[in-house]
Design a protein around this ligand. Structure first.
Ligand SMILES: Cc1cc2nc3c(=O)[nH]c(=O)nc-3n(C[C@H](O)[C@H](O)[C@H](O)COP(=O)(O)OP(=O)(O)OC[C@H]3O[C@@H](n4cnc5c(N)ncnc54)[C@H](O)[C@@H]3O)c2cc1C
Length: 389
């Protein structure tokens, strides 16, 4: 019998969060690190997302975490020695009603008070920025010049390559089927073929984080949702910024090749753990994108796809140690924001695991917050309108 492999840290999930964490842990020389993914790396939501990046949120907690991330995005290509195609094209949160506009104003005040260079735009200024946008759908918005987009595949490969260079071992197509626990301590994980010894397991399993936690006897408050996107044929440039619309529960940008790429959540989205596209979602997106950009009507659809994400009750990620189970950490529940949050997620979780101190920006996202009545209220997220019913 060969001796079981041993690692100082095992990360379950080779998405952008697991890989960013692996890279950041390796930078800190934390010993032998392994990442296991049941499929190819980036096969989860990390290779299926809208690629949009901002830190212009409405709550102090989200602004602090995601602005830490945005600062890291600015130098990520150089740091990882791989062009992740981060483009600071600007990010507009569109207001389509006076209520939206009032919310943007409140959020913008908080953003500015926390040092973000966001600014309010009136309807005329939005029209100047995006002339193709339907004026009927616009009363203004809040604009973050430093926001933008990056290529999701490139980011996954960049983190994986940089982590491997630092000695991290990555095992694609290797599902973790059990998390081994002895007297409230992590002792290892099991793949279909073998036992792996470790004292530290990080659950970065994306939509499957709830299932992985159950393997360790931990129940997480996470629901899984399917999000869908479409991409059109290449079109002449008409949308130079990343754009999200809380009113339409939609987000979109135009790629360097000219394709319009966007996603939207239908009202009253129900939890669902499947990757099949639906006609209902495509129709919803066609209606919404056609309302926002009348010039898009009749454009040919090139591709559509779905991805699944886990959302916590307050839609914020669960980041930190699990109380009562030594060596078990969560980097999960990122919902629709884990791509933009990946540089900070990996950096801050690595600090927490190696120093044993919870970084300030991470503290509000501790997994215990629901039990202690400290859920975060973040008003700007796509889906918040739907949650209010
Ligand atoms: C349509 C869509 C649009 C989005 N748009 C944006 C956006 O514009 N901006 C943004 O910031 N975010 C966006 N998101 C959200 C973002 O993609 C996710 O929050 C992020 O990718 C989460 O990364 P992750 O590494 O935690 O999870 P994932 O990328 O899902 O990775 C988890 C990995 O764990 C693996 N795994 C699961 N179970 C096991 C197991 N038992 N053993 C081994 N491996 C396992 C899976 O195979 C998977 O590869 C969007 C998501 C979708 C679906």
């Amino acid at each position: 019998m060969p001796r079981p492999k041993h690692y100082d840290i095992v990360i379950i999930g080779g998405g952008v969060q697991g890989l960013s964490l692996a890279y950041n842990l390796a930078l800190r020389e934390t010993g032998k690190i392994a990442v296991f993914d049941k499929s190819y790396i980036g096969s989860g939501a990390s290779g299926r997302n809208g690629e949009m990046i901002r830190s212009a949120f409405g709550s102090e907690e989200w602004i602090r975490l995601f602005d830490t991330s945005l600062r890291l995005w600015e130098t990520l290509s150089a740091e990882l020695d791989f062009n992740v195609m981060f483009t600071r094209c600007g990010y507009l949160v569109l207001a389509s009603t006076p209520e939206d506009l009032a919310a943007c104003r409140t959020n913008c005040k908080r953003q500015n008070a926390m040092g973000l260079k966001t600014r309010m735009l009136n309807a005329g200024e939005v029209a100047e920025l995006i002339p193709s946008l339907n004026p009927q759908a616009t009363v203004g918005g809040v604009f973050q010049k430093e926001g933008g987009v990056a290529r999701h595949d490139a980011v996954v490969w960049a983190y994986a390559r940089a982590a491997r260079r630092l000695g991290v071992e990555i095992f694609p197509y290797t599902e973790i089927v059990a998390v081994n626990v002895d007297t409230a301590k992590i002792t290892g994980v099991r793949t279909i073929r073998e036992n792996v010894l470790t004292g530290i397991v990080v659950n970065a399993a994306g939509a499957f984080a709830g299932q992985v936690a159950e393997m360790a006897g931990v129940k997480l408050l996470l629901d899984v949702y399917r999000l869908e996107m479409i991409v059109t044929e290449p079109l002449k440039p008409f949308l130079q910024v990343a754009l999200s619309s809380p009113h339409f529960l939609a987000y979109m940008h135009q790629t360097a090749r000219g394709e319009f790429a966007g996603g939207a959540e239908p009202q009253n989205l129900s939890p669902y753990l499947g990757l099949k596209n639906t006609r209902h979602a495509v129709q919803d997106m066609a209606r919404k994108f056609g309302s926002l950009f009348p010039g898009l009507r009749g454009a040919k659809l090139m591709r559509q796809w779905a991805g699944i994400v886990a959302k916590s009750p307050d839609r914020g990620p669960l980041l930190g140690a699990v109380d009562g189970l030594e060596g078990f950490f969560l980097n999960a529940g990122w919902g629709g924001y884990g791509f933009m949050g990946s540089p900070a997620g990996g950096r801050l979780m690595a600090e927490l695991i190696t120093d044993g101190q919870v970084p300030d920006a991470l503290y509000p996202f501790n997994p215990d917050r629901f039990a202690t009545g400290q859920a975060i209220v973040e008003p700007t997220i796509i889906g918040a309108a739907e949650d209010k019913g």
